[in-house]
Write a protein that binds this ligand. Structure first.
Ligand code: PLP
Length: 441
């Protein structure tokens, strides 16, 4: 199989059309979808999403003898339909603050399946979490004192509390996506965590678990070992159990470019964690915790494809520019982290390359280059280009820069495409605006 094609969702195929071969996903004709819904257009393939979840669940069943489950890290991409998918698949949904919590509630995610994360949660975030979440992950001592006040005011039911540990260990990823190192803004270091646990005990707060998240987009599970060991040491020192929860966060990588293939196997990640938790608990005489993994990217990134239309082709100092109708506003990751993507034209995707091309969007920033120097065939204005592995941290970080309207999002399943988010309109751009006050005469 063509390596670049292997980045695309599992249902991707080539269909014969009068104009040659064309890419299809979930048996949907991408030219038809682009004509009907406009571009840029985001597609989510249900089968690929289900398959990634299936791999996680199967690996947990195979390698972890205790109670275990998956929490979807909603910040990768959350909307009503995705939250519904998570809920109906039995996942918990990790919500950052009251905004994502409101989306999960609108989707009908039951309280027990809602977990709230966040650094510097506002009073409103905390109130919403206490009112609607089954679990809240405490980031700092100030927040915990505020929670203790709410507990004393007899707000019931109350979420179970986990403490977020900062293990002081980095994983190998971009500095902007590391979160577990000692100078990180996230979580409690060991001494603070002990104080937090003592406060919980004094106040009678329901402390039931420990959490850490070392960073995003790592492909070697080895550094997790030391963080797990420290977390289990803490669990032992705090006397957690017999029923307790351990959440080693998420962060497992996916391949974005054919040079990064194969996709790091989810089984390798789950097996490494499961083995270390089992042996670590045995060593310390701890009961096996309820193990909750928290993937975002590795669950949803591959299911997503972004579809753009080439508006013009131009050349500058030997560079071939394919000017597309999206970029920075729907996907800031290349500008933010230097993320590298790949792409294929939708029509005759496997025709031989002409040479490198630079795919740039319409926005007024030189950093609005989605893909640099990718070998691509001769592509004309008007053609569609599909960018694989576009399901995570793109739309959730999208903006209205230059008056961009956020794209429509389609759910592809069983040969049909169903809109789960409509494209923003011109009215949406001014919906929050109010005119200047009329000056007194
Ligand atoms: C972002 C995040 C995740 C998910 O990270 P991925 O790289 O998308 O798997 C999980 N837990 C926490 C606390 C996070 O901040």
């Amino acid at each position: 199989m063509n390596r670049r094609l292997a980045l695309f969702p599992e249902t991707t195929a080539l269909a014969a059309t009068p104009a040659g071969e064309a890419l299809t996903i979930a048996a949907c004709d991408l030219h038809v979808l682009a004509d009907r819904f406009g571009t840029p257009l985001y597609l989510y393939d249900a089968a690929t999403l289900d398959a990634a979840l299936g791999t996680y669940l199967q690996a947990l069943a195979e390698f972890y003898p205790g109670d275990a489950g998956i929490t979807y890290a909603g910040k990768a991409f959350l909307c009503t339909a995705i939250a519904q998918w998570a809920a109906r698949s039995g996942l918990w949904v990790d919500c950052t603050g009251e905004g994502e919590l409101a989306i999960a509630r609108a989707a009908g995610v039951p309280r027990a399946q809602i977990l709230v994360h966040g650094v510097n949660k506002s009073a409103q975030d905390l109130a919403a979490a206490v009112a609607h979440a089954g679990t809240l992950v405490v980031d700092n001592l100030t927040e915990l004192e505020r929670l203790a006040d709410l507990w004393r005011q007899h707000q019931r039911p109350f979420p179970e509390l986990w403490l977020r540990f900062r293990p002081g260990l980095a994983v190998d990823t971009h500095a902007y996506t590391q979160t577990g190192q000692q100078d990180s803004k996230f979580g409690l270091e060991e001494e603070e965590l002990r104080q937090a646990a003592a406060l919980c005990r004094r106040a009678g707060l329901p402390l039931t678990g420990l959490h850490f998240h070392q960073g995003s987009k790592f492909r070697d599970p080895a550094p997790l070992g030391a963080a797990l060991a420290r977390t289990l040491d803490l669990a032992q020192a705090l006397g957690l159990g017999p029923i307790w929860t351990l959440s080693p966060g998420g962060g497992w990588a996916v391949a974005y470019h054919e040079n990064d293939l194969p996709h790091p196997p989810i089984e390798v990640y789950v097996q490494a964690i499961a083995r270390q938790v089992r042996t670590g608990c045995q060593l310390r005489g701890l009961t096996l915790p309820h193990l909750r993994l928290e993937p975002g990217r590795s669950l949803i990134a591959r299911a997503g494809v972004a579809l753009y239309r080439v508006g013009a082709v131009k050349h500058s100092a030997g560079r071939r520019w394919l000017l597309i109708d999206g970029g920075l506003a729907d996907n800031p990751r290349p500008a933010l982290y230097g993320a590298r993507y790949s792409a294929l034209p939708v029509r005759n995707p496997l025709r031989p390359p002409l040479g490198p091309a630079w795919l740039a969007g319409p926005y007024c920033e030189s950093g609005d280059v989605l893909i640099e120097g990718l070998a691509l065939p001769d592509i004309n204005a008007g053609e569609l280009v599909a960018v694989p592995v576009s399901g995570a941290y793109q739309l959730s970080m999208s903006s209205n820069y230059d008056g961009a309207r956020r794209p429509a999002v389609l759910w592809l399943e069983g040969g049909s495409a169903h809109p789960i988010q409509v494209r923003e309109s011109l009215e949406d751009l001014i919906r929050r605006d109010r005119p200047l006050p009329t000056t007194a005469a």
